[in-house]
Write a protein that binds this ligand. Structure first.
Ligand code: CU
Length: 302
């Protein structure tokens, strides 16, 4: 009986805690070649180089690559791949770049990993004493590009609020204070941290020329409690919000397992079906963290 009991316990543990590992890709080292030589992956994915035969010196970059760049040999990683050290794994966070690698023991053998960029640029028009649209909802890593309409009067794009407290993100100009004019018609800014950032035009405060950028957290769909693991706890968390009066979660988007733009009973049911009866996985962002590009009213705030 004890054996059966502990066996069941182990099984339960394995099933309800399915860690959301980013995808791992494998490259095999043969005697004088590795395969595949090139891969395209998502940010946060890992690549594992495996030893099959020979003695290799896996090195990032390209032979003779420029010092101080990712092309410099060994700038990101270097590791022996041989019978004593049969594998090496690296997690790629270099979004939107192609990272070379080669075998320093056989430098004619070169390869490359292309890391996809899933960020976007959003445009805001500066026209008629207004920012259009007034509110933009973006995700961490995205850019906003303010475009000055020709012949418009001079405006500014100034982060914060006119009376924002010094030392806070609302202090006028804490992040940026740019002229928007015919001489300086385009201002672009990359937002790396999730927050709600108000901004305004210094000359036109009295006209109510205000804007708002909502920078959302990148998230994993289904990870309702946002603990980094997908499990039965996420379904319980969703049911608590739906039926037990728990506080509204900041990242409602993560609860929308089906990505239909609303949180309802179907979402925890779909998550449980995926976890326990091999139903299809939730739509992106999944299984790695990412932005949700579906148009809906749900936000993922920190
Ligand atoms: Cu203005």
């Amino acid at each position: 009986m004890r054996r059966i009991g502990s066996g069941l316990c182990l099984l339960t543990t394995l099933v309800i805690t399915s860690p959301m590992m980013a995808q791992d890709h494998v490259i095999n080292f043969f005697t004088s070649a590795f395969l595949p030589t090139s891969l395209t992956i998502e940010t946060g994915d890992t690549v594992t180089w495996n030893w099959i035969d020979g003695d290799h010196a896996l090195t990032s970059g390209i032979p003779g690559g420029t010092p101080g760049t990712n092309n410099e040999p060994g700038a990101l990683f270097s590791a022996p791949i041989n019978s004593q050290n049969p594998s090496f794994t690296y997690a790629f966070s270099e979004m939107g770049q192609t990272i070379g690698f080669f075998d320093a023991n056989n430098p004619a053998q070169v390869g490359a990993i292309t890391v996809l960029d899933d960020t976007l640029t959003f445009e805001v028009g500066v026209v008629d004493n207004t920012y259009i649209p007034v509110t933009v909802e973006i995700f961490e890593g995205d850019r906003v590009r303010w475009v000055h309409e020709p012949m418009e009067m001079l405006h500014t794009v100034t982060s914060g609020t006119p009376e924002g407290l010094p030392g806070t993100i609302e202090e006028p100009g804490a992040l940026f204070n740019e002229e928007s004019s015919d001489l300086n018609p385009i201002f672009e800014y990359t937002f790396d941290n999730s927050m709600e950032l108000p901004y305004f035009c210094v000359p036109h405060v009295a006209f109510g020329m205000f804007g708002l950028v909502i920078i959302q957290d990148r998230f994993v769909r289904g990870d309702a409690d946002r603990n980094g693991e997908l499990g039965i706890g996420d379904a319980i968390f969703s049911l608590g919000y739906l039926f037990q009066g728990s506080a509204t979660p900041a990242c409602l988007d993560a609860l929308d397992t089906s990505d239909d733009g609303q949180v309802d009973i179907a979402d925890p049911v779909m998550l449980l079906s995926y976890l326990f009866v091999s139903a299809p996985p939730p739509p992106a962002p999944f299984p790695s963290e990412g932005p949700d590009r579906t148009q809906d009213d749900l936000l993922c705030l920190p």
